[in-house]
Design a protein around this ligand. Structure first.
Ligand code: HEM
Ligand SMILES: *C1O[C@H](CO)[C@@H](O)[C@H](O)[C@H]1NC(C)=O
Ligand SMILES: *[C@@H]1O[C@H](CO)[C@@H](O)[C@H](O)[C@H]1NC(C)=O
Length: 317
């Protein structure tokens, strides 16, 4: 009885994995051998012009993977009367879409109809980390692109106001654990945030505090200056890290100092198991990089699509 139950659960595990496309590092070795070189050139070219491109690409890949799997649905433009993910509330930076367009054009010229937009985005996110000074790794490939993108589904993304149990649940729904949460949150080593994403910590935080007591007071005061209670400047905000174009482990050091931006960042410091990892990554860039790579591969292997789209902004007709 116990044995058959064990076999049954093993079967379940195997069938769950084989439902997805099997990804492999050599997926395009024969069909598009230069694909990685072409994409990294496209990323480097844009990075020369705009140092904020890596942050946008990394965030785009994360959002892609968290809604319908890494299927490039985040790249689709409005079709029919649907509002697509792109136009949903957590708005994404436009410049990253052009990088993917350029990469796709160059890839199609070399090997038409072979490489999915989801793979291009996964590779571009890796290249983004590399040009920003972070680690490199081999990206498994073979994703397919999805045909559906709905603005209404962007509410499924974790919110910056989430506490640890909400974050844990959001990640668990995608097969990611608390270790992955801590490592992947290190993506906040890059980029910028608008005031609206951390306003909750500065004004009317809870019944007894106007300002989040876990935030460093002088840091709170400096944020308060750019983001006053009735802030009217839509573009106002703060970098996520004092070195927002450089990928490193500063993010974890900021958490130790109460200088991380979001409640969701500070939340990593609220339970012993995640706190332990924050300390570990703050003191060792190598340990962070090793964990980040492992969790990126895990996150970017959540597949979901069906086709190889010709144009990353439109489903095939
Ligand atoms: C753990 C849950 C997460 C939450 C709640 C979260 C939330 C946010 C928010 C609110 C912003 C700022 C948006 C704005 O106001 O403009 C942001 C930016 C960013 N996030 Fe996250 N994020 C999470 C996880 C991740 C992950 C896993 C990655 C990548 C591995 C990532 C990468 C980024 C990057 C690079 C930016 C900066 C984007 C730019 O400057 O263009 N985030 N995130
Ligand atoms: C960004 O999201 C807001 C809703 O929060 C929406 O009104 C706006 O049109 C979006 N911007 C873009 C460029 O889609
Ligand atoms: C996290 O937030 C949820 C929803 O607001 C709440 O039910 C839960 O008690 C909170 N958990 C902790 C540990 O604060």
């Amino acid at each position: 009885m116990a044995i058959s139950a064990a076999i049954f659960s093993l079967l379940l595990i195997f069938s769950a994995f084989s439902l997805g496309d099997a990804l492999s590092i050599n997926h395009y070795a024969k069909t598009c051998p230069d694909v990685e070189y072409i994409i990294s050139n496209a990323v480097k070219e844009e990075f020369q012009k705009d140092k904020t491109v890596p942050a946008a690409l990394l965030r785009l890949h994360f959002h892609d993977c968290f809604i319908r799997g890494c299927d490039a649905s985040v790249l689709l433009d409005k079709y029919g009367s649907n509002k697509v993910e792109k136009s949903g509330p957590p708005n994404l930076s436009l410049h990253a879409f052009f990088v993917i367009d350029n990469a796709k054009k160059a890839v199609e010229a070399a090997c038409p109809g072979i490489v999915s937009c989801a793979d291009i985005l996964a590779l571009a996110a890796r290249d983004a980390v590399v040009v920003a000074g972070g680690p490199t790794w081999d990206v498994p490939k073979g994703r397919k692109d999805g045909r559906k993108s709905l603005a209404s589904e962007t509410i499924q993304l974790p919110a910056p106001t989430f506490n640890l149990s909400q974050l844990q649940q959001s990640f668990a729904q995608r097969g990611l654990n608390l270790g992955d949460l801590v490592a992947l949150s290190g993506g906040h080593s890059l980029g910028f945030s608008h005031c609206s994403s951390f306003q909750n910590r500065l004004h009317k935080f809870d019944a007894t505090h106007d300002i989040d007591p876990s935030i460093n007071p002088s840091f709170a005061a400096s944020l308060e200056k750019v983001c006053p209670a009735h802030n009217k400047v839509k573009k106002a905000g703060s970098n996520l890290d004092p070195s927002p174009t450089m990928f490193d482990n500063t993010y974890y050091k900021l958490i130790l100092q109460g200088k991380s931006l979001f409640s969701s960042d500070q939340a990593l410091f609220t339970a012993p198991s995640t706190k332990h990892l924050v300390y570990k990554y703050a003191s060792s860039k190598e340990a962070f990089y090793e964990a980040f790579i492992k969790s990126m591969i895990k996150m970017s292997s959540i597949t979901g699509g069906q086709e190889i789209t010709k144009n990353c902004r439109m489903v095939n007709s």
